[in-house]
Write a protein that binds this ligand. Sequence first.
Ligand code: ZN
Length: 297
Amino acid sequence: MDRLERAISSELDLRVVVAVTTALVREACERHGLVGAEALVLGRALTAACLLSTLSKSETERVRLEVRGDGPLGKVYVDSRGDGRARGFLGIAEEATPQPLPERVGRRRIGALVGAGALAITRDLGLQAPYQGVVALQSGELDEDLQHYLDHSEQMPSALGCEVLLDAQGGVLRAGGVLCQTFPGGPEEPLQRLRDGIAGGSLYDLLRQPRTTEELIGFALGGLPFEVVGATPLAFECSCDPARARAILSTLGADDLVALADEQGETAVRCSYCATSYTLAAEELRALAAELRSERS
Ligand SMILES: [Zn+2]
């Protein structure tokens, strides 16, 4: 089962968050019909968002990542909550040609697929107004870019790695990630060792076998003793529902709704995040239009 686990190493003053995201990433990719390179990109972003949404230990915390790269897979949207729910999609045309799977050089590098551009991170702690930081993409590997963001914008020296392993058909075999952080002035050496390891493919190699969150923590800390401070089950889950679909259609206005009802028997609204379609029959569209008109008068 997918889960996220938090631990600390008092010995070295390090904080670790790890996540096994296999089922979550697999469901996201199946819902959106993504395999191969596309699955790698979405899976890395989803796993990273899960790791990032646990900083405050608040269940209402929410993190949104928006990747704005100029590569063929450069548009990524994911959204993760402190209670372990995450969702996301790639901004690609349905008829887009699948991208070739990048060769493994240590790890499979996706930077060329994501391209150059920016990464927007929105943190909503459920208290004040959400905070948004926008940074330039460094390598397009996504985990490296977020690590850079944490180091420089949040002043939390970090090592962050997320990997997705694929099966022979390009489907998601295994996914997971680790985030190790210290405080400004804290020990750099264990972080650098982890960063170098991830860049060289050590996390990728580790995930060739099924791993528990404890094993991932052990990996992140290089075998140092640790104390587990909390765990959260993870799952792909979207917050859309029929009411939201109706609300989206309402923005068309009463006249357009009636025109739509006259034109076609039914109208479908598809959620970008989870690919669920909500279908409204012509009578429902007319009822919605009547509702809007009565609200206005
Ligand atoms: Zn949805």
